[in-house]
Write a protein that binds this ligand. Structure first.
Ligand SMILES: [Mn+2]
Length: 322
């Protein structure tokens, strides 16, 4: 178990960052950690570097106004760098800052992460980076703002405590965080359930175009760039679509393939019981969790989708299901 205050003891400058395309767990863990360190290490400079994220997260996570977006502005080396919710390779522009740091610390819950820091705290069984971050903290030193930031990440990465990554420990930590008195029903509604009108429309198109494979065990859909552009959708509007597809009765695995506008395709995969989507995505420039993972594909979209369908079908066949 890691004690983060012990781990960074004596360091005067600390940088914190997470993965590109930051989600609730990424922003929540980075800000939760920053708020905790700033409060408990007075005089120490704690800088958070993150890419852009949704307004709902901005409204519900304390401290987002302190995030630095200019990665090039700081050329000198930090005394310590804490990478949360990812390994070095998904840090994007913050990778250079990571590489220059005197001490690198990696806190993550992705099974595919072997631990890319000098010091690592990685547990593939943890619900979220926020749960991991909380475990590095002294509960007596956590305040309301830190608690709220961490709660946001736990809510989003567990799908409001309903995915299989939710453990007894997850619920105990979340229960304790709730005692700090922030507006948790508002967080659940705003960061998880509420969608923009564009997201609702995009979801509608994705559902309308969905089809089943392997006798209904797979539900797949494809969103080309033209469709996304016509709705004014951006990457963050994709969130939640594959999870919705996976809620189809009789389905085990959902595959959403969407264009990014740069000639590449991103796969967003979810599974309920049988398909190991982390293993599947590792064969297609990606990774993630057993029940939720992503990958990157090139070339013709329909052909790329066929490859993913084939890989999922292979797994189902090995289990005698398809
Ligand atoms: Mn996460």
């Amino acid at each position: 178990m890691m004690n983060i205050l012990e781990t960074v003891r004596g360091r005067q400058t600390i940088a914190i960052s997470g993965h590109i395309g930051p989600d609730g767990d990424c922003v929540g863990s980075c800000l939760g950690m920053a708020l905790y360190l700033r409060k408990n290490l007075p005089g120490v400079q704690v800088d958070v570097y993150l890419g852009d994220f949704s307004d709902a997260l901005r409204r519900n996570i304390p401290g987002t106004e302190t995030i630095l977006y200019d990665y090039k502005s700081r050329q000198d080396a930090y005394d310590a760098f804490i990478a949360l919710d990812c390994g070095r390779e998904r840090l994007g522009d913050a990778q250079e800052i990571f590489d220059r740091a005197a001490l690198t610390i990696n806190i993550d819950h992705h099974v595919s992460n072997p631990g890319t820091g000098m010091i690592n705290f990685v547990d593939g069984d943890a619900s979220s980076a926020c749960e991991m971050a909380y475990l590095t903290m002294d509960p007596a030193l956590v305040d309301k703002e830190t608690a709220q930031a961490l709660y946001v990440g736990m809510v989003t990465d567990t799908g409001v405590f309903k995915y299989s990554n939710t453990s007894e420990r997850t619920m105990q930590i979340a229960g304790r965080l709730m005692t700090y008195g922030f507006d948790y029903p508002a967080i659940v509604r705003e960061v998880f359930y509420e969608k923009t009108f564009v997201q609702q429309k995009l979801m509608g198109v994705a559902l309308d175009r969905a089809r089943t494979e392997c006798g209904g065990l797979l539900v797949v859909s494809l969103l080309d760039w033209k469709t996304q552009k016509s709705l004014g959708a951006t990457k963050k509007d994709i969130d939640g679509i594959s999870a919705q597809l996976a809620l189809t009765e009789g389905a085990d695995c959902a595959i959403l393939l969407y264009a990014t506008g740069t000639g590449e395709w991103k796969g967003s995969l979810r599974s309920n019981r049988c398909v190991d989507v982390a293993a599947l995505c590792q064969n297609f420039r990606g990774g993630g969790h057993v029940r939720a993972a992503g990958c990157t594909m090139y070339g013709d979209g329909e052909k790329a989708l066929q490859k993913l369908i084939g890989a999922a079908a292979d797994q189902l066949r090995e289990q005698g299901l398809c």
